[in-house]
Design a binder for this molecule. Structure first.
Ligand code: ADP
Length: 177
């Protein structure tokens, strides 16, 4: 599924965030220390190699809603944007902190003149966010930031499961209506 907001194309796909070789940057659902971990962070650090943690860890710890940029190391993508999502029910206001991840990742990508960026569904794994609520925050924020972007032209949300893709389709359909 694809949707245009201003000059930005938003794509929804089912897949693996480390298998998006055409994108300038992929987003890591990071932990505060910017270390390898489980889920998305584990997959990204495994694919990027040890150099990623060597670069990223000295930039941490980061707070919920924050985002930092590193190189992609052995990934096909030149850059990784590490965002710390809120833990559902603990880091409040959760929706604002989650929106901040998406806004700051897009703004940082734009500052570095990147054209394309891929997001996983931040905070919907071990951080416990309900997928629908997270999808509403994510897609609304992407829509709202779109008119301000000068170089970012493609955002791809890479959903791990078919169910998560279906929920994001519904939410994007409602937003576009
Ligand atoms: P968080 O700690 O922010 O909740 P997780 O990494 O635990 O982050 O999970 C975030 C979402 O990413 C979950 O929906 C999970 O199913 C999904 N996910 C896990 N691995 C991958 C991957 N390799 N590519 C894309 N999405 C993934």
């Amino acid at each position: 599924m694809e949707q245009r907001f201003a000059e930005l194309t938003v794509e929804l796909v089912q897949g693996d965030i480390v298998d998006q070789p055409d994108l300038d940057a992929i987003v890591n659902a990071a932990n505060a220390e910017l270390r390898p971990g489980g889920g998305v962070a584990g997959a990204i650090h495994r694919a990027a190699g040890a150099g990623l943690a060597e670069e990223a860890v000295p930039l941490g710890p980061i707070a919920p809603g924050e985002c930092v940029l590193t190189g992609g190391h052995a990934l096909p993508n030149p850059h990784v944007l590490h965002c710390l999502g809120p833990v559902h029910g603990r880091d409040e206001p959760g929706d604002e902190l989650l929106a901040s991840c998406y806004r700051r990742a897009l703004e940082t990508a734009d500052e570095h003149r990147l054209a394309s960026i891929g997001f996983p569904a931040i905070s919907t794994g071990v951080f416990g966010y309900p997928v629908r609520e997270a999808a509403e925050v994510a897609l609304r924020t992407i829509r709202d930031v779109a008119p301000d972007l000068r170089t970012v032209r493609l955002v791809r949300m890479v959903l791990h499961s078919r169910d998560d893709l279906a929920v994001h389709r519904e939410v994007l359909g409602d937003l576009a209506a």
